[in-house]
Design a protein around this ligand. Structure first.
Ligand SMILES: [Ca+2]
Ligand SMILES: [Ca+2]
Length: 335
């Protein structure tokens, strides 16, 4: 462990580096009263601090004393400035960001509008990001994640996350948020502020990006971004056991051939048993079904009926190719 007698302003979890994840630790201790430090400053140096304070968020995580970044004696929103100022700086030994995982809690963070497949170069796109399905998240307090971009196709300088705070801030307490581009990644953290979790789920915001103008010759599907290192925490910084992380695939095929035939139907959607009925598909060249992680699924297609094998609850994408067209259906299994 790092020497716990010094506060490095912005490294709220004292793991040796200032990054977006520190915002979650700060959000969880907002409003706490400590003792004013001798030196009130966010300069990057180890500061002596009063450590006779309530130990931690729980017995495993570091003392909340590290959250008073500026030494004012009070843990407040202003302390987040130190994360901005000292972002990326390191001290002592680098340790993993750590949360206490809650067994059995699973969710997913993904791009729900994967229908937006046919993208033109040089245009700006705003692509939704969702956290779970609506009302699937219990005890939400904060979220951190990163998105890795394929910079062959995305102008990294154009990337920006816009928060949509509807369900995360239903009680209108306001949210702390942080974002930073570093290399080919965007790092984002969001935290509630009143030390009370909420329930919800669904869209959390949009990623804006510009597609590079060198992609018009392509004739294939390309992953342009993928989410990684997602953590969902409650007000005690207990985290989900696992958060499945989606990617966004763009098909640069000529949009003329991307129209779903008018008479095509797939139902019921959602399906409760992995079985879907299909109308309006007299012949086809291929059908590929993937989950939101892009993993191919086995299925049986027989007499206008598709049965996905070994399915679980979630969103799937079915790519249908016929002589005339190619398109993608979003299908959902919910039981
Ligand atoms: Ca840190
Ligand atoms: Ca402070």
């Amino acid at each position: 462990m790092n020497p716990d007698s010094l506060v490095w302003p912005g490294d709220v979890n004292n793991n040796g580096i200032v990054n977006h994840t520190d915002l979650l630790y700060l959000g969880a201790s907002l409003g706490s009263q400590l003792v004013e430090r001798d030196s009130i400053s966010t300069n990057w140096e180890g500061m002596g601090a009063p450590f006779n304070v309530p130990a931690a968020f729980n017995n495993v995580l570091p003392s909340i004393a590290f959250a008073d970044c500026d030494g004012s004696g009070f843990i407040e929103e202003l302390d987040a400035d130190a994360i901005e100022i000292n972002y990326g700086l390191t001290h002592d030994n680098l340790l993993q960001d750590e949360f206490i995982k809650t067994p059995g809690l699973f969710s997913e963070i993904y791009f729900p509008t994967s229908e937006t497949l046919f993208i033109e170069a040089s245009n700006t796109y705003e692509i939704d990001i969702s956290l779970g399905a609506e009302n699937s998240i219990d005890e939400f307090y904060g979220l951190s994640f990163s998105i890795e971009f394929n910079t062959d196709f995305v102008d990294i300088n154009s990337v920006f996350f816009t928060l949509e705070n509807d369900w995360m801030d239903l009680d209108q307490q306001g949210l702390l948020q942080f974002q930073r581009i570093n290399g080919n990644r965007l790092h984002v953290a969001i935290s509630r502020k009143n030390r009370m979790s909420t329930n919800g789920g669904g869209v959390i915001g949009t990623v804006s990006l510009i597609i590079e103008d060198n992609v018009t010759e392509l004739n294939s599907a390309v992953e342009i971004m993928g989410i990684e290192n997602a953590e969902i925490v409650n007000q005690n910084l207990n985290s989900y056991q696992e958060v499945y992380e989606g990617n966004f695939i763009v098909d640069f095929i000529n949009p003329i051939h991307t129209v779903r035939p008018d008479n095509f139907k797939i139902y019921p959607n959602p399906s409760s048993n992995g079985q879907f009925l299909i109308e309006g598909l007299d012949s086809y060249e291929s059908i590929v079904i993937t989950d939101i992680m892009g993993r191919k699924q086995n299925f049986i297609f027989d007499k206008n009926q598709i049965q996905i094998e070994n399915f679980s609850n979630g969103i799937y994408f079915m790519e249908v190719t016929t002589k005339e067209s190619k398109w993608i259906e979003k299908i959902v299994i919910q039981y």
